[in-house]
Design a protein around this ligand. Structure first.
Ligand SMILES: *Cc1c(COP(=O)(O)O)cnc(C)c1O
Length: 220
């Protein structure tokens, strides 16, 4: 895929259709265009086509790539969708407008400190290790109540929950489970669904879908 404008229109249409089937407004779903590993030349056509929300998974890569792109379009919003080390919390708070990967108490402490220092409140999603996979990031379900209690005590802006379900099996039950956990904790945001399964996620209540390869082509 060399022309990302056509895929963007297609993805937007698919989002609108899935939302309509679920009797939801298309505007209730935010498309996060995951541009990790993509050079500026691949991103510019999407910006030209009106896309304004982008996702990156590394602070360093975002710091290198985005200042120039954002200079021309001040309304671009960057979301961090990758794991975050506590020692990068301040850079992340400066660079990103939303962080989808809060998953442990030490990171929460670091983000609270960074937000105070920078003077900026960045909305957060708590990433849940929804399939209880040892190798994957995210808070285990049993630890979620304590992490949310700590977040509320620190007065951090928690927008919702995020998950990356196990690969290679049906994602729907995991999306449903994330939705139930969000309901249980009174959280409106659900960051779930990627290129392969964003329509399913929308049917199950996703408010943010994170789509990379369906927009930009396969990552090398
Ligand atoms: C890379 C990535 C995505 C996008 O994945 P695609 O399959 O390319 O759509 C979404 N979420 C996270 C956390 C990612 O790391």
């Amino acid at each position: 895929m060399t022309d990302p404008e056509a895929p963007l229109a297609t993805i937007r249409a698919r989002i609108a259709h899935a939302a309509a089937v679920a009797r939801r407004k298309a505007e209730s779903v935010t498309l996060v265009a995951v541009s990790k590993t993509r050079p500026a030349e691949a991103i510019l056509p999407l910006i030209a086509a009106g896309q304004r929300v982008f996702g990156e998974n590394r602070v360093q890569e975002a710091d290198a790539k985005w200042p120039a792109l954002q200079e021309a379009h001040v309304d671009i919003r960057l979301h961090l969708v990758g794991q975050l080390q506590s020692n990068k919390a301040e850079e992340a708070v400066r660079r990103f407008d939303c962080i989808h990967s809060l998953d442990r108490p030490s990171l929460l402490t670091a983000l609270a400190k960074a937000m105070d220092k920078v003077g900026r409140r960045v909305p957060l999603f708590v990433q849940v290790n929804i399939g209880a996979e040892a190798q994957k990031g995210g808070c285990v379900i049993a630890d979620l109540p304590a992490l949310l209690t700590q977040a509320r005590a620190t007065d951090l802006p928690i927008k919702g929950l995020m998950c990356v379900p196990p690969a290679g099996i049906e994602a729907a039950p995991f999306f449903a489970l994330l939705g139930k956990l969000a309901d249980d904790h009174g959280l409106a945001g659900r960051s779930m669904g990627m290129s392969e399964d964003f329509e399913t996620a929308i049917m199950l209540g996703a408010t943010h879908v994170r789509v990379g390869s369906a927009l930009f082509g396969a990552r090398s």
